[in-house]
Design a protein around this ligand. Sequence first.
Ligand SMILES: [Zn+2]
Length: 241
Amino acid sequence: MTVLQMRRSLICPKCKKTLYYEIDDNSAMKSGGLIPITIIHGYPDAHALVVYVDTNGANRGYEVIENLVDLRSNFDAREILNIIGEKKIAKIIASIVGGLTLYIEGDPESIKLLHIFLSKILKNQFFSLADNEKLADIKISIIKKKNNPKVPGEKYILSLLRKGRKMSESGYVNMLNVEISKLKTKIRKVIDVLERRNISKTELMEELEINDREFELIIQFIKTKRPNLIKNLVDSLLDIL
Ligand SMILES: [Zn+2]
């Protein structure tokens, strides 16, 4: 199945920053109406812009949510990890990194905490959460003791979340921000190459300077969101010999 990604932009009326978001054909078809996409951004003054797009991808309205700022100074990232659960948060981040449209089930207070966490560690990166379960590729519950589906890359993200136990709050937040943005960039680069041409694993790894472990991880993400691109990964003579 081919998923056409539509990349759109708009200017946030609060901070005047240009925000980018992507919607795909699938989401548009599933909803049959307006699709709300939440973009959390702005640091340290985090706020959310909810954009309503129609099935053609046209922007039909928006609203700004500012109450994300109120609570953030009272919680540090690791406190929120303990409250919500690091495995649940690892699944959510892995979904965001993999470009999945995510629906989160939870009570309003927990969702607010999650927003604070995400706005800390994903600063200056854009991501979108569907506000409607029908539009989502994956549904993750942050309600205690609920089981969630497996998400590609969640183990790697979990290892990152556990890595900085002894760091300061700002060191920890920065480490996560840098590692997640590096991973997203590498996924984007691999997708760019695979969209343009056939290439072997060896050539791809050399060209983009990625190691075996990163390669396996990136392929997991691509298999989930863009499975049709995997066929462009071909055996080279070197691989066969
Ligand atoms: Zn803004």
